[in-house]
Design a protein around this ligand. Sequence first.
Ligand code: CP
Ligand code: NVA
Length: 307
Amino acid sequence: MRHFLTLKDYTKEEILEIINLSLEIKKDLQAGIYKEELKHKTLAMIFEKSSTRTRVSFETGVFQLGGHALFLSNRDIHLGRGEPVKDTARVISRMCDMVMIRTYEHSMIEEFARYSKVPVINGLTDSYHPVQLLADYMTMIEYGIAENDVVAYIGDGNNMTHSWLFLAAKLGFELHIATPKGYEVEAEVLQEALAFAKESGAVIKVSNDPKEAVLGATIVTTDTWASMGQEDEKEQRIKDFTGFMVDDLKMSLADKDAKFLHCLPAYRGQEVSEEILESHAEIVFSEAENRLHAQKGLMVWLDRHRD
Ligand code: CP
Ligand code: NVA
């Protein structure tokens, strides 16, 4: 049995297998074919943070696969009142067939997975957002991005950045990351990614210079400057991130056909300008749609890999 907690636990072949399965499942859906691979199965979805895309895509995805999703907000279950994670894990995993969790500390999801009898999927922690990257890479494939293309990430060194690092390092593409000083990616995550990059041939460049980072990029991406849980830092961050907005100038330095990705929700006038988000370069709504298809692919893959 496999969990899906970070991309570092997956090989290049496995990541591509999941994405190829997702592309097939998407094609089936477009042709009106519903293969009920999760018939009679339930997915428990534990949300300790807000969500639009993750909730809707998982819930819809399970339904389309013939199963049922349970939305469990920590305001409603005993986890939020102090029932231990390990007890919650043992109870839920005796009743449900898969669990998706969106939470704060990554260690919570690791503990849950240790005690779970069924696959656990990371639907975002403070450290990683791996399901988003499945959808992102699927979108890149659909838009004809080749393996030798360059991705530039401009912004906060956060859960998205960490996930981009592992995706690039595992798949072997070139990734430029530019963060303001003091907002760099975690040193330990960078070291791990660089070790994987040595094996895959990925080129990873980290700097504090957004203009340099976008040079030659075929994909430019960013994320909110204040993630969930950092609301109190928002004002300070807006000041500290001056010059890091993805705007016309930055896009003009990238490849002329460069596309713009963003996991959403986006804050116009902060990490991205209104013009870029509404321009011909944006592929963010295809990216958002692919959350549905990529997670269906992931759930089917995990289900097929059970003992
Ligand atoms: N990108 C993403 O995970 O969106 P939600 O927070 O709406 O789920
Ligand atoms: N970095 C953002 C991603 C939202 C999908 C957050 O954690 O809030």
